[in-house]
Design a protein. Structure first.
Ligand code: PBG
Length: 336
């Protein structure tokens, strides 16, 4: 066989693990990961989530154990989501502003037992409302922007009082970042940060999460339509505008969500803002990989690692992922 007269042979830099490590452009380290954790009110809410194998709803003592294990693995932050008993929900999401509510208690406990772990809590009403929307409804049944923002401000101050390090508005109401910043500052919580779910799309990939917190559609297909506030999947420019607005309004970190189907948006947001950018690999992205792996159709760890590297490569400074613990465990084994 004649040797090709090639001036460049890119394969030289792929030949061995050592040279591949030397030229690796993207790392996913435990420090880049945020673990979303579900907290359940009591034993009346089951632990297992059918569509999210390997993820559970934790009772409070168990939550502390899980957070401690994550901390040991080098994961710097957890994001808490409540799974309320149905009786605690109502049309206005009243339980969201209960000072003795589930999340307020969870924050206090975590910050007491594990002060170094960063605690992020969602500002949104969907786990608390019977209809599952992120806000309250007006007389015509529309999600009422300004009335919702006023409630989120109360929820936010409450979480800050309980000791949350960051509040993460995930509701997509207009003007909420500025309103939450003002409310926090007015209450003296200048150190509490805001991670804004800035470019959040109206996605079918949230299905398993809605099972987990019981916020899905009550009737019909199980898909709850949030298109009057979340972004249209095809809209790139509008997603960028949302990120820029939230940065301007005072967000410390902006987020793109979901991650995998929106890597182009992630890259553009990373290039456009000056604050750190988070990406949320959402429940459906996790479920897809788990389901295929359970069928023997995909290799779980390899697909997991590839999906996370793709998200980092696209520009995420940090990733919220249900794979956080598993990834960090594998990473530890490899780097022991
Ligand atoms: C709600 C919220 C959602 C998620 C995080 N916060 C769902 C929704 O908007 O309906 C989804 C996360 C996931 O799917 O993992 N404000």
């Amino acid at each position: 066989m004649a040797q090709l007269p090639l001036p460049r042979r890119p394969r030289r830099l792929r030949a061995t693990p050592a040279v591949r490590a030397l030229v690796a452009e993207t790392d996913v380290l435990p420090r880049h990961l945020i673990a979303p954790l579900f907290v359940r009110e009591n034993a009346s809410v089951p632990a297992a989530i059918a569509s999210m194998p390997g993820v559970k709803r934790h009772l409070l003592p168990d939550l502390v154990k899980e957070a401690a294990a994550l901390h040991k693995l080098g994961i710097p932050a957890v994001a808490l989501f409540p799974a309320l008993a149905t009786v605690k929900k109502d049309g206005r999401g009243t339980a969201a502003t209960d000072p003795k509510g589930l999340i307020a208690r969870a924050i206090r406990l975590l910050k007491k037992e594990l002060p170094e772990m960063l605690v992020i809590t969602d500002a949104a009403l969907d786990p608390y409302t019977t209809h599952g929307h992120d806000g309250v409804l007006d007389k015509k049944g529309r999600v009422d922007n300004d009335a919702t923002v006023a409630i989120l401000a109360r929820q936010t101050v409450l979480y800050a009082e309980a000791g949350a390090d960051f509040v993460a508005p995930s509701d997509m109401m207009d003007g909420r970042v500025a309103a939450l910043r003002a409310a926090l500052d007015k209450a003296g919580h200048i150190h509490t940060g805001i991670i804004a779910y800035a470019s959040k799309f109206a996605s079918a990939y949230y299905g398993p999460f809605r099972e987990a917190v019981g916020s899905g559609a009550r009737k019909g297909s199980g898909y709850l339509d949030k298109r009057t506030y979340q972004l249209s999947p095809g809209n790139r420019r509008e997603a960028l505008l949302e990120a820029l607005l939230d940065e301007e309004e005072g967000a410390d970190i902006v987020m793109v969500k979901p991650a995998g189907p929106y890597l182009d948006v992630l890259r553009e947001v990373r290039d456009a803002v000056h604050v750190p950018v988070a990406a949320y690999q959402v429940s459906g992205e996790y479920a897809q990989i788990q389901a295929a792996a359970q069928n023997g159709w995909l290799d779980l760890e390899k697909t997991r690692d590839e999906s996370l590297h793709g998200i980092r490569r696209a520009g995420a400074d940090m990733i919220l992922t249900y794979f956080a613990r598993g990834y960090a465990e594998s990473w530890k084994k490899l780097n022991a």
